[in-house]
Write a protein that binds this ligand. Structure first.
Ligand SMILES: Cc1cc2nc3c(=O)[nH]c(=O)nc-3n(C[C@H](O)[C@H](O)[C@H](O)COP(=O)(O)OP(=O)(O)OC[C@H]3O[C@@H](n4cnc5c(N)ncnc54)[C@H](O)[C@@H]3O)c2cc1C
Length: 386
């Protein structure tokens, strides 16, 4: 969110300082996630369809906005097949409800004027049911139905590298990395003084707080009181590269605390199994990242992903068997809701309240989703520049 905003602002003629506590930009959650460019199907438990309506516009525009920012074609770093939603017998919503919800989401997508601008043309989007034979070929006994939808995902590590290169090439952006923001103080003239560790301090006309898991404590220093409820989670996932092409579908087990597999190009994979990957959660102002496991604990984590996911998608064992490189990394999820994802009434099944809050020339951004960040960033940059 911060990187996209900085690039869009610079291209509108603004001078920008991008501050990050990591040693480089794009090292945190936006590098280590699944990269699903949402059309709204995931939020099958939000019967109001508000989440789908909220994520669709940004998801449809993700590819063209990102290509503008990085000056590269995304095609070969985007999944080429439809995603499959596998409905688990313990899904928080039943199969009939999922089917009806997917029909309604498809209709919202089809009706949208930007439907042809998605990563693949979705102006005729629909969810198609897997036949019993197709389902048996890929799914375990706990899966009761499967629906194919035209959602795509991007390889987030490749995107992160391209955004870093774009920032490096942008004269109007000054990178201030390795610098932890400690506070933002309002000045009498309406400007802002940013304080950071290492003695860094500077004054700015406009501040955009896009710190994700680190956002709320800084809002407080700026005089903004966060509105409960909110929650943070830290999830660990597996990023694998195989020696040879492995033919495994991109699929997500829905709806609830299960897992998913993403096949970006036949050799690069994302795998997650929620019950073992959820490393920390809380509703304090900020959640710290737990240590990434090593040694025996790392082996136990990998076994947990393999057995949890393998029970519902037996084919994924081949990804592990043919892996030449396995990276385990994690990221944060901030949500304007709390509770357990296994509870249908939990606020975590909605993502319709994120976005930008403005307080004079201080902007606090709840990114909400990776998939909508460039779209939010473009609108924010326009508002600031104008
Ligand atoms: C496992 C997992 C899978 C996900 N899958 C998807 C998906 O498929 N599709 C989707 O749309 N979304 C997905 N998400 C959500 C998505 O990844 C996030 O919404 C998105 O990446 C947040 O972007 P961001 O720029 O706000 O945060 P980040 O990318 O985390 O950027 C925040 C930056 O702020 C810096 N920072 C934080 N605090 C400070 C401080 N005090 N001082 C200085 N710098 C600071 C960090 O170092 C970081 O660089 C997933 C999340 C997880 C964890």
């Amino acid at each position: 969110m911060g990187t996209s905003t900085a690039l869009f602002l610079a291209r509108r003629g603004c001078d920008v300082t991008l501050v990050d506590r990591e040693g480089a930009a794009m090292r945190a959650t936006s590098r280590w996630n699944e990269g699903k460019i949402h059309l709204g199907y995931l939020y099958g438990a939000d019967s109001s369809l508000n989440t789908a309506r909220h994520v669709i516009p940004g998801g449809l525009m993700f590819g063209s906005l990102l290509e503008q920012l990085i000056g590269r074609d995304l095609d070969s770093h985007t999944t080429s097949q439809d995603d499959i939603y596998l409905v688990h017998r313990d899904s928080v919503v039943g199969t009939q409800v999922v089917r009806a919800q997917f029909r309604a989401v498809s209709e919202l997508v089809r009706q949208h004027p930007d439907a042809s601008r998605y990563l693949t043309d979705v102006s005729a989007a629909r969810a198609t049911e897997l036949s019993p034979a197709e389902l048996r070929a890929i799914a375990g006994d706990d899966i009761v139905a499967g629906l194919r939808v035209p959602e795509r995902s991007v390889n987030t590590r490749w995107v992160a590298d391209q955004l870093v290169a774009a920032i490096d090439a942008e004269d109007r952006v000054t990178l201030q990395t390795g610098t932890e923001v400690l506070g933002v103080d309002g000045l009498p003239d309406g400007r802002w003084r940013l304080r950071a560790d290492g003695g860094f301090a500077d004054e700015f006309d406009v501040v955009v707080n896009a710190l994700w898991n680190g956002r709320l404590p800084i809002d407080v220093t700026a005089g903004v009181t966060p509105e409960p409820p909110w929650s943070h989670r830290y999830r660990l996932c597996v990023f694998a590269r195989t020696r040879e092409v492995v033919d495994v579908d991109s699929a997500i087990v829905a709806v609830g605390p299960f897992g998913d597999v993403k096949n970006y190009n036949g050799r690069d994979f994302y795998l997650s199994w929620y019950p073992v990957g959820l490393m920390a959660e809380g509703s304090d102002l900020e959640l710290s990242a737990p240590e990434t496991p090593t040694g025996v604990e790392l082996e136990r984590f990998l076994d947990g992903v393999r057995s949890g996911l393998g029970a519902v998608m037996p084919g994924i064992g081949r990804v592990f068997d043919h892996a030449e490189e396995v990276t385990v990394n994690g990221g944060f999820v901030f949500a304007r809701g709390a509770g357990s994802i296994g509870d249908p009434a939990s606020g975590l099944h909605r993502r319709d309240r994120y976005g930008v809050q403005r307080f004079g020339s201080y902007f606090s951004v709840d990114t909400g989703k990776y998939s909508t960040a460039p779209w939010l960033a473009e609108r924010l940059a326009k508002e600031i520049a104008e």
